[in-house]
Design a protein around this ligand. Structure first.
Ligand SMILES: NC(=O)c1ccc[n+]([C@@H]2O[C@H](COP(=O)([O-])OP(=O)(O)OC[C@H]3O[C@@H](n4cnc5c(N)ncnc54)[C@H](O)[C@@H]3O)[C@@H](O)[C@H]2O)c1
Length: 263
């Protein structure tokens, strides 16, 4: 309790999945949290639930890929809570397309949310964090920042390698290092979390078919008896990175993947 007391946080993509978990756990650790998402009704319900648990949260519908929304969100955060100390760039979505089947709109949408959304967030947060004497920016990468879907088996190839997603999540790792270098003198730490396979709505459709070769492949990379990861198991890493306990941690991307990348 109270590991984040006195801090103000923004969490994007906070209506469900890991975003909801970051917002809930941070609020229950004493942060005041602006929760943003595109899904208005789900966002309102998630915020109401966190309030019922005793958290101080404010929902605001925002598109993370729109810089004007970011400007409004930052202004509203400062107006509501008096400053900004923590930013979680969590909003994201998966596609299933490649370079060969090039779709400009899909690539633009994916890079717009995951890469530009992260850039816009940093752009808007840094001036406010400077005023506060420092802060913590937590970007959300992925195991696909480091590892593509397997492409050696024909059935898996049929599902498509998610090239824009892998490209965007890879860029988030490099951007995290660059921003950590740039803003360290301002006492702003910039880190990323690389979740493994986490049981959230983003992969629910795939999970419905246990015969899906991708699901079978993922299962072969489960080492812990607990199986696929849960949103809270990832969000606790976010709480740590947001807290003063992580005061000497910057520029890294930390896998929370049950060993997927390294075992
Ligand atoms: N679930 C996994 O296995 C997994 C693994 C690695 C990385 N990730 C990443 O973790 C993050 C959270 O994923 P999740 O599994 O909780 O997914 P999710 O689909 O459950 O939640 C993502 C949320 O982001 C919101 N969102 C999407 N586009 C947005 C936009 N333009 N503006 C604002 N909100 C937007 C969605 O409405 C949704 O509520 C994403 O960045 C995802 O790519 C997930």
């Amino acid at each position: 309790m109270n590991r984040l007391k006195g801090k103000v946080a923004i969490v994007t993509g906070a209506a469900r999945g890991m975003g909801e978990a970051y917002a809930r756990l941070m609020a229950l650790e004493g942060a005041r949290v602006m929760m943003t998402d595109l899904r208005a009704e789900v966002l309102e319900a998630a915020a109401a639930n966190i309030r019922s648990l005793g958290g101080d949260v404010t929902p605001l519908v925002c598109d993370a890929s729109d810089i004007d929304h970011w400007r409004e969100l930052t202004a509203k955060t400062v107006e509501t809570y008096g400053g900004l100390n923590v930013l979680v760039n969590n909003a994201g979505f998966a596609t299933a397309t490649s370079c060969e089947n090039f779709d400009q709109a899909l690539w633009d949408k994916c890079l717009g949310v995951i890469l530009y959304g992260t850039v816009y967030g940093i752009h808007c947060a840094v001036p406010e964090m400077r005023k506060a004497g420092g802060g913590s920016i937590i970007n959300v990468a992925s195991m696909t920042s480091f590892s593509a879907f397997p492409n050696t088996e024909t059935p898996i190839r049929e599902y498509g390698v998610d090239s824009p997603y892998c490209a965007a999540k890879g860029a988030v790792v490099s951007l995290t290092r660059a921003a950590a270098w740039q803003y360290a003198p301002d006492n702003i730490r910039v880190n990323a979390i690389a979740p493994g396979i986490i049981d959230t709505p983003i992969i629910a459709d795939l999970m419905e078919n246990p015969e899906n070769p991708i699901v079978k492949f993922w299962r072969s990379r489960l080492y812990l008896p607990s199986g696929f990861g849960q949103a809270d198991e990832v969000a606790w890493m976010g709480v740590f990175l947001a807290s003063d306990e992580a005061s000497h941690v910057t520029g890294v991307t930390i896998p929370v993947d049950g060993g997927y990348l390294t075992v």
